[in-house]
Design a protein around this ligand. Structure first.
Ligand SMILES: [Zn+2]
Length: 353
């Protein structure tokens, strides 16, 4: 049975008290799996440079080709950046960093205490390329049990519990073991009632197949989030069909204002203007109750400290534009307060630390 408490790294919080919530932003993360050499070999030296004003434009454009950029590795920077989010009125960050992304709960506990922000951390396995070597030998049940332990007992022998299952990584076409990881995540969802967050492959068919598996395996689509919709598909018929499954559609790439998308050069990354347009379309269709917003910050160049827009971008820059475009304050709150409270509240209060 679903209960109304979210599980943060500091314990259970009544979902009604989560306040303004970023549904998908990484606070600390090792994204070294993302690194690819610069497209032009004359730029190779830039891959090893620290980010400076001089190379920052190049790094922002080729954000997967700088070793320094693909690692959120400073607690002090994370604290300063989250303080700006809190100062802008923000309260909760859902950080779906999990296995394969360098999840480490102890610094998150310190950051939550320092900033006053609620931090909800993830569980389960990311993309196949980050799976541990023994993944092929693991049974679905053993992976599911590990996730259930993260949610109900604690992560890696700590008493810090995960507050969601995800982001579960799926490539398209699927990589070996990704379906197994998803099946295990669905089993853990069925047992715990925790929200399931799935990172789809970069193809409109990927979420379609994910939804099929979640449904077939007995998962709850009404408690399932498909991330990165903005870079996956903007076709309105597809969106309507996906919304009809009951899953949450997450527009979590706000602040990405460069149309060049290194992980998939075949598509143009939409702008914030296009994201806002599709969010307004959800309201016109009466489909706003399953929409989540965030930035998916996972690299240094997105942070203020490195010339980026930071975790407060939605609140500082996007919300005023949504209001200008005709949304009421209550409608904006549906997106950034009510919908996250619905999906991230699942536990009972007695699990409080
Ligand atoms: Zn993702």
């Amino acid at each position: 049975m679903k209960d109304g408490w979210a599980q943060t790294v500091l314990g259970a919080v009544d979902a009604a008290d989560l306040g303004i919530t970023l549904a998908h932003d990484h606070v600390l993360m090792d994204g070294s799996f993302m690194y690819v050499d610069p497209p032009d070999s004359v730029d190779q030296h830039l891959a090893d440079e620290q980010i400076t004003l001089d190379n920052r434009g190049w790094v922002a454009y080729h954000w997967t080709s700088s070793h320094h950029n693909v690692h959120l590795d400073s607690e002090d920077v994370a604290i300063a950046e989250l303080r700006r989010f809190v100062a802008a009125g923000g309260r909760t960050v859902v950080d779906p960093t999990n296995k394969g992304l360098g999840r480490d709960t102890e610094p998150l506990v310190r950051i939550a205490k320092e900033t006053g922000a609620h931090i909800i951390v993830g569980s389960g396995y990311y993309l196949g390329g980050t799976h541990p070597r023994d993944m092929s030998d693991r049974a679905v049940d053993s992976i599911a049990e590990e996730i259930v332990t993260d949610i109900q007992i604690g992560i890696s022998d700590t008493n810090v519990r995960a507050g969601l299952i995800g982001e579960i990584g799926c490539t398209y076409p699927w990589l070996p073991n990704e379906k197994k990881s998803l099946r295990a995540a669905v089993a853990a969802q069925a047992e715990t009632g925790a929200p399931l967050m799935v990172h789809p492959g970069r193809d409109p068919m990927s979420p379609v197949e994910i939804v099929e598996i979640v449904d077939q395996e007995g998962g709850d689509l009404n408690r399932t989030i498909i991330c990165h919709i903005d870079r996956t598909c903007t076709d309105r018929t597809w969106l309507r069909d996906m919304a009809a499954t009951g899953c949450y559609l997450e527009y979590d790439l706000f602040g990405n204002e460069s149309s060049w998308y290194p992980p998939n050069p075949g598509i143009d990354m939409p702008s914030d203007a296009e994201r806002m347009e599709v969010v307004l379309w959800h309201f016109e269709q009466g489909l706003e109750d399953k929409v989540l917003l965030s930035h998916d910050i996972a690299t240094k160049h997105r942070l203020h400290a490195y010339g980026g827009l930071g975790y407060d971008h939605l609140l500082t820059n996007v919300v005023p534009r949504l209001l200008q475009r005709g949304l009421s304050e209550a409608e904006v709150n549906t997106l950034i307060i009510d919908n996250p409270a619905q999906i991230f509240g699942f536990a009972s209060a007695d699990r409080s630390l």
